[in-house]
Design a protein around this ligand. Structure first.
Ligand SMILES: NC(=O)c1ccc[n+]([C@@H]2O[C@H](COP(=O)([O-])OP(=O)(O)OC[C@H]3O[C@@H](n4cnc5c(N)ncnc54)[C@H](OP(=O)(O)O)[C@@H]3O)[C@@H](O)[C@H]2O)c1
Length: 259
């Protein structure tokens, strides 16, 4: 399927690995110039080169912390214009909500709510003026199905969803869309490090944790990041202009509700 994205420029935050990388790869495959980002320079350079080799696309690597104003400036100014913005970041660590002090609370809100909002503020008026814009926010299935221990992550991401819900309606007339992709369990480093941490707490091996987690998913497997990237690329396509303000779960059927 031709997604109509040849010649577009996409900024994909936190994309040197995992789900962000998969989104960048699929957008590059669809013909976009992509700006990729991460803090670890060698990992970022390796990813940028791998995407260039695999897709033939122009790939611009920006080593920066996306949660900082300086990082946001560098990401936005790396692109001649931003047609597509994929908001992504790390999530707050697993913790008992009683232990989250004021600094940790504000850091979590900065990562998963304020940072994507600041980036949307930076790009949206130009998108409206050009009558094309696609914004995809990587949030989490925990927005619909909160998990104890990930309270700050769920809360900040739900806050982002509410904040941008009104914004999405205000720019839809200009072919600018804002959507949310909610991953369940995808086979990334983050998932694996969570399994390691749990294995230490439960006194079982990481493989046993993974097996237990897989069994709880109706699809009986973890998602592949490329499946996530393909959904992101479709939401950014020309054809997806009538989909906006939506939270789309990709979780192998784990969420039990029908709405
Ligand atoms: N994987 C899942 O199953 C799953 C499920 C639900 C929600 N999520 C959420 O989806 C998001 C992505 O998860 P993932 O599994 O793809 O994680 P991942 O495999 O750990 O990849 C995270 C990427 O973000 C970059 N990054 C982290 N902090 C950054 C920062 N401050 N500035 C710039 N880049 C940064 C990392 O590179 P550097 O470390 O080098 O900066 C890396 O490229 C996270 O918010 C996660 O909580 C994931």
């Amino acid at each position: 399927m031709d997604l109509g994205l040849v010649g577009r420029t996409a900024v994909i935050c936190a994309s040197s690995d995992g789900l962000g990388r998969a989104c960048a790869t699929e957008l590059a495959r669809a013909g976009c110039t992509v700006v990729v980002n991460g803090r670890d320079v060698p990992k970022l350079e390796q990813t940028a080169e791998a995407i260039r080799t695999e897709t033939g696309a122009q790939v611009i690597a920006i080593a920066a912390d996306v949660s900082t104003h300086e990082g946001q400036d560098r990401l936005i100014s790396a692109a001649s214009q931003v047609d597509i913005l994929v908001n992504n970041n790390a999530g707050p660590p697993f913790s008992d909500f009683r232990q989250i002090d004021q600094d940790a609370l504000l850091a979590g809100l900065t990562m998963n709510m304020a940072t994507p909002i600041r980036l949307v503020q930076r790009v949206i008026d130009d998108m409206v003026a050009r009558q094309f814009g696609r914004i995809v926010n990587i949030t989490s299935a925990s927005v619909k199905m909160p998990l104890p221990g990930l309270d700050l992550s769920s809360g900040a991401r739900a806050g982002l969803t509410g904040f941008l819900a009104g914004v999405a309606r205000s720019v839809a007339y200009a072919n600018v869309t804002i959507n949310f992709l909610l991953p369940g369990s995808f086979d990334t480093n983050r998932l694996r490090s969570g399994q390691q941490a749990l294995s230490a707490r439960l006194g079982i091996s990481p493989d046993e944790v993974a097996e237990r987690d897989r069994e709880a998913i109706p699809a009986r497997r973890f998602g592949h990041p490329s499946e996530f990237g393909a959904a992101c690329a479709f939401l950014c396509s020309d054809q997806a202009g009538y989909i906006t303000g939506q939270s789309i779960l990709i979780d192998g059927g784990t969420y039990p509700g029908i709405l």
